[in-house]
Design a protein around this ligand. Structure first.
Ligand SMILES: Nc1ncnc2c1ncn2[C@@H]1O[C@H](COP(=O)(O)OP(=O)(O)O)[C@@H](O)[C@H]1O
Ligand SMILES: [Mg+2]
Length: 368
């Protein structure tokens, strides 16, 4: 039996590396905006955002391991629809069960009584929660001062929340701390891959060329997750072949395997209206061979009617297209009608063939 993989653990999604590299600024910002104030009993909130795979979760996980003197409660909010539920779960982490109606006040009072540690609440994958329960978020952020208990709050999402809130909500929120996780550069991904390969694969089973090739494939997405997944699948592929080392063909096969999964996880971050819009984009591309903003608003209006939801306005369509662009699902380009004849915006689908995307959308909307 030839050997490639020494320890599969570090190639798994849940693995927490000892060192999180290239995130020094983000660590510093989290400390100065939330952790240090908390130590002086000042509550504050920071919004952490960045594309999938940019190290948000792993960064806060590392903070959790280091800051043992705080009571840290972490919640993944992907399928949670209200901040009250998060508060109920936070209370439960103190061993307090709050039955029936949860008020923020009751949770804060009980926390004060039970625990003398400062509380840091981390809500991960929170974009849909922010959008569906802004009032809950706002009350939570204000509760500290209202009830005389200060907690630190980190709200993590894939996009800047400012782009998903109304102007009125933004005014209410006032100034807030925002900490952006940029896409990793190719070289940063290469560093992350090198350190991950060194603890999971046998020396000699991979080369610099292989790691560079994987890093190049991830350059556009800037996602370390994508890099590690390709590394993992390449390693399993080579091992399965009985080879001594990973070769470029293993990398190509691995990359082809993970694309549909990436698309699917991106789709899970969209709300129903955005899914409908994306479906409208696909319909235009399939039926007309192109998708202009005008044809898009027409087919979106039809789809909205079919599903009995509010007619989307132009502002919504532009905002949603922007969101789809930040997720790298679509790309929009301005195209000229010819010299002096003006331009129009057209939308294209990235990543996967339109038919494949359409099929994924239908699978997902069946689950919504
Ligand atoms: N700076 C880093 N150093 C080491 N590993 C990293 C780093 N950033 C991300 N990773 C790895 O990449 C994967 C995705 O990171 P994660 O924190 O889950 O991203 P996000 O939460 O932003 O989607 C994880 O396997 C994580 O261990
Ligand atoms: Mg995450």
């Amino acid at each position: 039996m030839k050997n490639i993989i020494r320890d599969p653990g570090p190639l798994e999604n849940f693995f927490i590396p000892r060192n999180v590299i290239h995130r020094e600024r983000q660590f510093r910002d989290i400390f100065s905006s939330v952790i240090l104030p908390l130590r002086s009993c000042i509550g504050s909130t920071a919004f952490i955002y960045g594309q999938s795979g940019t190290g948000k979760t792993v960064t806060v996980r590392q903070i959790m391991e280091k800051e043992r003197d705080l009571h840290i409660f972490y919640e993944n909010a992907i399928s949670i629809t209200s901040f009250k539920k998060v508060m109920g779960d936070l209370a439960a982490s103190f061993g307090i069960s709050i039955e029936g109606k949860i008020s923020y006040e009751s949770v804060f009072r009980l926390m004060q009584r039970v625990n003398n540690k400062q509380v840091l609440l981390i809500v991960d994958e929170a974009l849909n929660l922010i959008r569906s329960d802004f009032e809950g978020l706002y009350s939570l952020m204000r509760s500290g001062e209202l009830f005389g208990t200060s907690i630190g709050i980190l709200i993590i999402s894939v996009d800047n929340p400012a782009l998903h809130l109304s102007a009125q909500d933004m005014r209410k929120l006032g100034i807030f701390n925002e900490i952006k996780f940029d896409r990793y550069t190719r070289n940063q991904i290469l560093d992350i891959l090198s350190s991950r390969a060194s603890i999971s694969l046998y020396g000699g089973s991979y080369s610099d060329e292989i790691l560079s090739q994987i890093a190049s494939l991830c350059e556009k997405s800037g996602s370390a997750r994508m890099g590690i997944e390709i590394l993992q699948k390449s390693a399993f592929g080579a091992q399965y072949r009985g080879a001594d080392a990973i070769d470029l063909e293993d990398v190509r096969a691995a990359a082809a395997m993970i694309n549909p999964f990436i698309t699917e996880s991106k789709l899970m971050e969209l709300d129903f209206r955005e899914i409908l819009l994306l479906q409208s984009v696909c319909q235009n591309l399939i039926n007309e061979g192109e998708c202009t903003m005008e044809s898009l608003s027409r087919s979106m209006a039809v789809n909205a009617e079919i599903h009995g939801i509010k007619q989307p306005d132009t502002a919504f369509i532009y905002r949603a297209i922007r969101h789809l662009e930040t997720l790298d699902i679509v790309e929009s380009r301005l195209e000229s009608f010819g010299p002096g004849k003006g331009v129009r915006k057209k939308v294209y689908v990235n990543d996967v063939p339109v038919e494949v995307l359409m099929k994924k959308i239908q699978e997902i909307s069946g689950r919504l």
